[in-house]
Design a binder for this molecule. Sequence first.
Ligand SMILES: [Fe+2]
Ligand SMILES: [Fe+2]
Length: 189
Amino acid sequence: HAIAHIELNAVDLALDIVARYASEPVPHSFFDGWMQVAFEEAKHFRMVRDRLRSLGADYGDLPAHDGLWQAAHSTRNDLTARLAVVPLILEARGLDVTPSLQAKMRETGDLESAAVLDVIYNDEKGHVAIGAKWFRFLCAREKKDPAATFRQLVRANFRGPLKPPFNDLARAEAGLTPSFYRSLTSVSQ
Ligand SMILES: [Fe+2]
Ligand SMILES: [Fe+2]
């Protein structure tokens, strides 16, 4: 249920980037990328909801939080900050937690749910990659160092430290290298 909620919010978050920043001077492929993300998030929501239904439950059975929207709200006036928080923190977090969640599903014999997460995991690497690509693009345009800018925007727009362990391999494949996030794991930074 929690994953279904995240996926449904992810549809809105991707489309919010397209609509809210429609007048940003960025190449058209920026918007194509986020439309592709929105399409894949909708696919994820459908897959997870179908899985919930086949287990006798449904989306809406449990209460849900609005933490993802709070992240969107706090970065509503700054596209670079939005990319730092949504794809590069929240979606990257999915890469960290999914493999161990799949292992638990397989342990309990729920191979079908684990297979759904395989699809999500692979697509999410692409979402983080799109985020990292455009984050780097915006930093290069303003002649800013991407890793330092990321750390500064996260401190200003995201509550609390990032939670290790990180899936360094999957993050790096998506273009998010440890210099971005390593020093953000403790509040004292
Ligand atoms: Fe997703
Ligand atoms: Fe995603």
